[in-house]
Design a protein around this ligand. Structure first.
Ligand code: PEP
Ligand code: MG
Length: 892
């Protein structure tokens, strides 16, 4: 392959090969903009180096050829002693990884050429300053010397002079500093600073290759889901100098404000400086607008170029530039990163300017950005510095929450009823904590990962959650949380948790509500004259996405309240109502009694007590979703989840026995717990298996659903009920339960005299169900993919344990880039979905297909579900707008 491209040979569409920086330098060169000449070593060369530990054999000769061309163009040779060509060696991967990889400037300077440079520039100070920068950067980047060694020496030189600013050091001082730096290299690296220019360049190129795998680059890629094997390109660019004199300088500019999207002059400029001075914040920059006073001609040219770039890229661009003695040079441009708010604003602005159409605008924003806009946030302006950070955990569910610490669900509910904002702090949470979680403003746990109970539930509720903050020691019995440095947090103390960063603060950080949620709630009118332009932008984009999408979007909702919110957020029905949540709280007793029942009569009595409660739940739900489909799932979790913990109960019984007391109730309960105890409850008596073993349970639930529907019809409503059977693996299981449901329906029809229409369908959440979907489709009227369990059973990963156990190692080693519980594993689990959809429809054309696992609200997964032709995705109410947007984007 060809490993080196001159800038004139590339284009902006060659990012895979030339990296973002190289591709855009090429594009600007070909646009006729003032780019210093140079060439790019491809990402393929880097990949080859990273694989074998050696540069590809052809690379050196190709570099020589392009270097010779560069030297010819510039009329001087690299490091030439009387008039040296100097180059920068800059990293640049396909995706921008700001500050993650390396760059070395001023390559080509040595003890001789520094004098040549001084003579040519007529500026000795400048030449020695450039030389010391080279030794410093080279030492750090190529030779791995700690940057502090050089910084300390620089500080010492300034101190000796009584200077505070680098500019106060004169040529003499800098010449001495160069000698000091060279000695630092000898001491630290055990070798002298290389004087041979080509050796400097080759070593710098290699260091850039290697910087692909620095810790910070690896962590950044994981966070941003950038594949680990892309490698970086390397750009060799003729140096231009912003540090020649006060007629020179360097700056950054944006064609629009990347924070708000507003148009105007945005950027910073620094006179007499090289690029890293701006970034490092050593000296204070001036606003870009001031450049007009400093250098009117360059300023005018820059504005002109910025306009050219925007019109060419049709998007916000950010730019790095240098002015060398009044001559403007473009060092970099790219389509700039922006905040979520700016993304929406800019997309619609560009439409209004006639630069892009609405389809493209929808493409320019992401569901992740929309989600960001929906969470309440800590006010970025108010520094978090007044409060103390006491820990950091996983950013399990974004948002910002402030409240008093409580350690149990009961207190959470009690305090929140009396109007307090509370943060529920637990070591980990379990289903029993649900009420407390609902009552709390936020949830903090010291154990568990992003798919722990706390995290999943919190995300579902759109509630801020930080989990696995391991430095915090939570003692719920003593009602105390201990943080490092002897800090103790007691019940009632105020803390703030940031679900976006995972930080935990002692004290109150101010929070602002999201206007976007208020818009979705219908509280803000986007058509109003004084409507925020962000709200207007979001509204326009949502409307277009809704118009484009083929899939409908439903919500996973278990309560009337959630259903109502989901509907306001645009849900077109309920894709999953998990009925187990209706068995918690006060009803738990009844469930316990049901499980303990010795005789059929007892069992029927308990079921009869549950029936009206369930029916009332469903009436409310159907009322909220009147006219829209509502999928209600029959009970899924293993029964032991409703019983006390086996260890606790055993202890209680043993203690009682030792005291000579006999507690009948506890004893009976313990027997039941033992009877139901399973090694692998997730693979045990749950879902349809419960329906087969205890038919009365599913019959009661079906009756409650159908009676609720009949009641709604009598009240003039339009209930559209879909009864869903969970965890089906084979068609006979499903048919057994379906027969019972049909019988119940007959009974309800004749009892109420109401003609009921409803569907009976199944979840597809086991591989066997997916593979025999054709048979199952003979009996089932719809499928809903339960991709949580399908992921668990396809990989053989326990969804409850996996994060703590080994996911971090898997993520670290790149076995997967993102947890398959978060974003659908398209190749494996997705293939089962595809097969089941195809087989199902082959036996029942028009079979309704949906998905109700967590993936229903994950942007990448939504695009996959569009590709396999599902009818709808279902996700938590707060994700509904995200799914709507992504379903729309999947069509553009
Ligand atoms: C699933 O398994 O994907 C599903 C939606 O069901 P649950 O998460 O309740 O097991
Ligand atoms: Mg499931």
């Amino acid at each position: 392959p060809k490993y080196v491209y001159d800038f004139a040979e590339g284009s902006k569409d060659m990012k895979d090969l030339l990296g973002g920086k190289g591709a855009n330098l090429a594009e600007m060169t070909n646009l006729g903009l003032p780019v210093p000449p140079g060439f790019t070593i491809t990402t393929e060369a880097c990949q080859a180096y990273l694989k074998s530990g050696r540069e590809p054999a052809e690379l050196s000769a190709e570099v020589s050829e392009h270097l010779a061309a560069l030297e010819a163009k510039m009329g001087k040779k690299l490091g030439q002693s009387d008039d040296p060509l100097l180059v920068s060696v800059r990293s640049g991967a396909k995706f921008s990884m700001p500050g993650m990889m390396e760059t070395v400037l001023n390559i080509g300077l040595n003890d001789q050429s520094v004098r040549g440079l001084a003579a040519q520039a007529g500026n000795e100070r400048f030449a020695f300053d450039s030389y010391r920068r080279l030794i410093q950067m080279f030492g750090k980047t190529v030779l791995g010397i700690s940057g502090e060694r050089f910084e300390d020496a620089l500080e010492a030189a300034k101190d000796a002079k009584g200077a505070t600013n680098d500019l106060d050091l004169d040529a003499e001082d800098l010449r001495a500093l160069v000698e000091t730096f060279k000695q630092v290299v000898v001491d630290q690296a055990g070798r002298p600073f290389p004087q041979e220019p080509r050796e400097q360049m080759d070593l710098a190129v290699r260091a850039v290759f290697e910087s692909w795998n620095t810790d910070r680059a690896v962590i950044y890629r994981r966070q941003e889901r950038i594949p680990a094997d892309l490698g970086t390109a390397v750009n060799i660019v003729a140096m231009v100098f912003g540090n020649l004199d006060m007629e020179s300088g360097t700056g950054v500019a944006f064609t629009r404000d990347p924070a708000s999207g507003s148009q105007g002059i945005y950027g910073d400029y620094l006179q007499n400086a090289q690029g890293e001075d701006v970034v490092a914040g050593i000296r204070n920059t001036v606003p870009l607008a001031d450049l007009e006073q400093i250098d009117k001609r360059s300023y005018g040219e820059l504005l002109q170029i910025m306009q050219t770039l925007e019109e060419h890229y049709l998007d916000l661009c950010d730019i790095e530039f240098t002015i060398e003695r009044g001559k403007l040079w473009m060092l970099q441009t790219r389509v700039g990163k922006r905040t979520a708010a700016a993304a929406f604003r800019i997309a619609t602005q560009l439409v209004d300017q006639g630069l892009i159409d609405m389809d493209e605008a929808v493409n320019r924003v992401t569901g992740a950005q929309l989600a960001q806009l929906m969470f309440p946030r800590f006010d970025a302006q108010s520094a978090k510095s007044d409060v103390k950070r006491i820990g950091t955990g996983m950013n399990a569910s974004p948002g910002a929450a402030v409240g008093k610490v409580v350690f149990d669900s009961y207190t959470a509910v009690k305090w929140s009823r009396s109007g307090e904002s509370v943060i529920l702090v637990r070591r980990e949470t379990n289903p029993d904590d649900l009420n407390g979680m609902i009552a709390a403003a936020g949830i903090l746990t010291s154990r568990g990962g992003k798919t722990s109970h706390a995290a999943v539930v919190a995300r579902g509720m759109g509630k801020t959650c930080v989990c696995g903050a391991e430095s915090l020691d939570v003692n719920t019995k003593q009602r105390i949380m201990r943080a490092p440095h002897g800090i103790e947090v007691h019940e009632g103390d105020v803390i703030s948790i940031d679900g976006t960063s995972g930080e935990v603060f002692l004290g109150e950080v101010p929070v602002v509500a999201s206007p976007i949620v208020r818009y979705f709630e219908g509280e803000l009118d986007p058509e109003a004259d004084d409507a925020d332009d962000l709200v207007k932008a979001v509204d326009r984009i949502m409307k277009h996405a809704d118009g484009r999408r083929r899939m409908s979007v439903r919500a996973n909702a278990d309560t009337a309240e959630d259903a109502a919110r989901a509907r306001r957020f645009g849900a077109q029905g309920i894709g999953l109502c998990r009925t187990e949540h209706m068995f918690l709280g006060e009803r738990r007793q009844l469930v316990e009694q049901l499980i303990l029942a010795d005789t059929d009569e007892e069992q029927e009595r308990e079921l009869a007590e549950l029936l009206p409660l369930q029916r009332a739940d469903f009436v409310e739900l159907l009322e909220q979703m009147d006219g829209l489909p509502v999928t209600i799932r029959l009970l899924d979790p293993p029964l032991h989840e409703f019983l006390p913990d086996i260890t606790e109960l055993s202890v209680r019984v043993a203690v009682a026995e030792a005291r000579g007391e006999k507690r009948e109730g506890d004893l009976r309960m313990l027997q039941a717990v033992h009877r139901l105890h399973e090694q692998n409850p997730m693979l045990g008596l749950r879902g349809v298996r419960l329906g087969v073993v205890i038919p009365g349970l599913f019959e009661m639930q079906s009756r409650a659903i159908l009676e609720a529907a009949a009641e709604r019809i009598k009240a003039g409503g339009v209930p559209r009920v879909e009864i869903m059977v969970p965890l089906v693996a084979n068609v006979q299981e499903f048919e057994t339960v379906k027969q019972d449901i049909i019988q119940v329906a007959r009974d309800v029809r004749s009892e109420t005299g109401v003609h009921l229409e409803f569907l009976v369908g199944t979840m597809i959440e086991l591989p066997r169900a997916a593979l025999t979907a054709d048979q199952i489709a003979e009996a089932a009227e719809f499928f809903s993919f339960g991709t949580n369990d399908l992921t668990q059973t396809t990989w053989g990963f326990s969804r409850d344990d996996v994060e703590a156990a080994f996911f971090s190692a898997y993520l670290e080693k790149g076995i997967f880039g993102v947890s398959p519980f978060e974003s659908l594993d398209v190749e494996g689990v997705g293939e089962l979905v595809r097969i089941a959809a195809e087989k199902g429809r082959s036996h029942r054309p028009g079979l309704k297909l949906g998905i109700c696992g967590e993936h229903g609200g994950d942007p990448d997964s939504v695009h996959f579900f569009e590709r396999v032709g599902l009818d709808y995705v279902s996700c938590s109410p707060f994700r509904v707008p995200v799914a709507r947007l992504e379903a729309g984007r999947s069509m553009t």
